[in-house]
Design a protein around this ligand. Sequence first.
Ligand SMILES: Nc1ncnc2c1ncn2[C@@H]1O[C@H](COP(=O)(O)OP(=O)(O)O)[C@@H](O)[C@H]1O
Ligand SMILES: [Mg+2]
Length: 356
Amino acid sequence: MAIQADDIQDALKMVMHPEEGKDVVSLGMINDLNIGDDTISFTLSPQKQNDTALEKLQQDCIDAVNDLVSSDVNVDVTLGTFESHNPLEKIDNIIAVASGKGGVGKSMVAANLACALAQTGAKVGLVDTDIYGPSVPTMFGVNERPNINTKRKLIPLEKHGVKLVSMGFLVDSDQSVIWRGPMVSSAVKQFINDVEWGELDYLVMDLPPGTGDIQLTIVQNIPITGSIVVSTPQDVALADARKGVAMFNKVNVPVLGIVENMAYFTPPELPDKKYYLFGQGGARKLAEKLEVPFLGEVPIEEKAREAGDQGTPIVVSDASLASAKALTKLAADTIKMLKERKEKQPPTETVDIKIK
Ligand SMILES: Nc1ncnc2c1ncn2[C@@H]1O[C@H](COP(=O)(O)OP(=O)(O)O)[C@@H](O)[C@H]1O
Ligand SMILES: [Mg+2]
């Protein structure tokens, strides 16, 4: 009688992984089974990095088939390579940029932070999750539908050294207004999981403005390394920034700090003057009160707005401007804080489950 796939499976179920305490079939290690006239072949794929038991298991599989199914067949076991199914393993840091209010320059900060991080030579991605007002297409001057690769993953577009994905690439703006909260948060999860990010040092997330259910669901479901809250100096914006910090505290996402955008204005003809149009020092005081770092003042500059409208963030188009300098410093501080955080945190413990 010809050998059936079930017979092979049953035999291989007897091959136990010495460390995992389960058999190789249950662990999903057996792939591409092919039953020929006198040869049985399959791939034995490790389910973890550096599986030291692999070669022993290869021999155990050969023995199991020969002992339990047929001693006459040749058993050809190819060793597979480990492929991580968790895209987040390849992303070192996820930085969320949030604001309590819309229009405070959250997207401008996120876009420039991403570009400034990329300018240090880091591998950077930017995901624009603001479905109701996506800004990445305008700020980077790209608006194409991204391609899908053979693994059915979205290939991010790339500009100024940053890999980009935006709701704006995928959804027509007149459609987005009918999206409800749960749709938005599941789409955001897909943005992280179903995009071929490759290896990234930093993934910057431009969150939708506000601190409601949508934002809360996102920050609860994505392992954010650190968050940056953007505010303008007005009292109303500061009150909302406080809510932003409270939201992150509630879900234990570390707040890297508060940055004050549109902090002051310097007329080009009076380069030594700083006019604090909306009040001075508000965000700094709020940061002190909430015991989070103050990440600096970004002035309001006509060229910063123009740069955003023309598809080239200011740190790329004119690094000598005061706003560009403040944003480059923000990126440097962010790198430093994330590094310190990592060094302070104990390395993740691995848990070995052994069944005797
Ligand atoms: N520091 C700044 N100087 C000049 N214009 C700015 C500055 N920050 C933001 N803008 C402009 O203000 C508008 C709103 O900024 P945006 O980043 O889209 O806000 P948000 O994402 O918070 O809604 C944009 O046109 C942007 O280019
Ligand atoms: Mg925005």
